[in-house]
Design a protein around this ligand. Sequence first.
Ligand code: A3P
Length: 294
Amino acid sequence: SGDPPKVQREKLFDCEGVQMLGSVVQNMRELQEFEARPDDVLIASYPKAGTTWMIEIADCVRRGGVTEELLSLPSHKRAPFLETFDEFSSGIRDLNSMASPRLVKTHLPIQFIPQSFWDNRCKVIYVARNAKDVLVSYYFFHQMSLDMPEPGRWEEFFDSFLSGRLAWGSWFDHVLGWWDNREKHQVLYVFYEDIKQDPLREVERVARYLDKPMDSSVMADIVAHTSFNKMKDNPMTNYKDVPSFLFNHEISQFMRTGRTGDWKNHFTVAENERFDEEYQRHMAKTSLRFRTQL
Ligand code: A3P
């Protein structure tokens, strides 16, 4: 036994104009050489957009329903996180030793996706969530995930979000990069708010995209299995198996609120105005639209 390992918070480094974790920048070359397989499905997102939720949906769809493996293996084993490079695990190593078909999780901006995913014409599902809820969720995640960079005070974190000085870079660049290239790469672009509003419709969209037609009763099972309350209580999806020296669930749960519009409990009126101004500056020209309440 002895003392639990003390993890260091990571530092951010610039990588071709994007702020990234030091561990990722250091291993960028190895990452770029990752060998995708044609039947890989990549689940991509900016952090806190609903990645874990989409992984669970896509995994259910691929397996044709809520199977035994889903209930006996944690999410991060069923969909390894591509750019994990720490002393405890390696996403690339886990993926290389995994049997096909694989689900691969990534938060990489589209320009950093290893070329082999495109060469193999892999299916890609991108999940996007409105910036205000992502900001709040990411702030709480920085507190509980003890290897993330120091979040600073709320006001500082708020500034960092707007100026793109957070891990995996600017939310604006991320969602726009994926949006602008979605047709070129046949990416299925899914909104968190749409899944909240009509989960059955979005499960059906995923099933169609993955060529897995299924009975409506199976889709209804998937919707029930992937509801927030179910996933919060499910040890295979709530990340409670991660040691507490890495994820401190007493500070904040990974499955925190699962709501759209929680930002209203955290933004001041002045912050909201400033946010909207900055938002306009970045998003004036795009057809990409988000809903910040339902
Ligand atoms: P909150 O912190 O707002 O609650 P990611 O998986 O990309 O890290 O995103 C985590 C966010 O998705 C958290 O948001 C988490 O609660 C939310 N989430 C996870 N599963 C969900 C589900 N089944 N329904 C709604 N939200 C979910």
